[in-house]
Design a protein around this ligand. Sequence first.
Ligand SMILES: *Cc1c(COP(=O)(O)O)cnc(C)c1O
Length: 352
Amino acid sequence: MTQPLLTIDLDAACANWRALDILSGTAETAVAVKANAYGCGVAEIATAIAGSGCETFFVATVEEGVELRAALPKEAIYVLNGVADRRDSAACIASGLRPCLNHPGQIEAWQRSEGGACALQLDSGMSRLGLQPAELEQVPGDIDVRLVISHLACADEPEHPANESQRRRFLEYMAHLESKTPNARRSLAATGGTLLGADFHFDLVRCGIGIYGGQPFDAAQPVVRLETPIVQIRDIPKEQLVGYGASWIADRPSRIGTLPLGYADGLHRALSNGAMLYFEGNPVPLVGRVSMDLITVDLTDYPQVNVGDTLEVLGPNQGVDDLAQAAGTIGYEILTSLGHRYTRRYTQVNGT
Ligand SMILES: *Cc1c(COP(=O)(O)O)cnc(C)c1O
């Protein structure tokens, strides 16, 4: 191996979809594939999951929707951020995308362009996107709403009172809209909400992180694996510095390995002097600063390791959420930061 290798297990992603589909009971299990399927590769992920039976997908932007349509000719694609103007609306219509209309201006833009099927997003308490209560009256009666959605702010904390209060508000706001949205299904839950139980499932759940093997879906199978070769090994004397800023200084004669990935590849700089890689299951400490294209590790306790040998960054010994914790972030950010320079390999044994 001469380059870092990112392996994406499509069978695991499909197994996670099936597991969430069972948990969501009679609700449809749709999948969020925004941000290049959380960094995992939108065409590959969406094609594999559609092959497992998923019929509805969510992206953030119109551009993402157009790209996804090229991979999925017939599935329903919703655009969470909606349409800002005529150009967006025209692109949605041309690609058969359904925008989530988030405020009266978006509804107007969509109607002016004579757009068809769409979704409405309601703000049930997150204060981010969606119609506010006073705006519900402005929803016209002649709009083809297929789905009404809202989003939970604290679904990864099952005991948080915001979950129940958002659920009640969602019901209340939908009651106001009932006569204007006779064909609409209802959707409140993402992965966290799916795990909150049947009261949160409504007609459709929108799972993202759980599909990609991240928390809060404990039972998820890991989807990504990242391995890197060692490109150089050097022996340094006691008191020699390693890396930018001299943030690590050898306290014994040391053996330092250099690896060809850095913060430009999604290995957050916050991991400097604070992460482990793994050699055949054994922890190898990252020492010194993470630089843009390189990191350094302390191989002093591993005299048997040679240039060209492989260390695990993500895999059986360290999941996405473990690395996230070391970096002071969440699995979502580790995944969406995964670099574009990695050699990517997709594995699928059970593909249809
Ligand atoms: C990203 C997103 C989802 C998926 O969330 P996960 O927590 O990754 O399951 C669902 N709905 C909306 C509105 C989102 O923005």
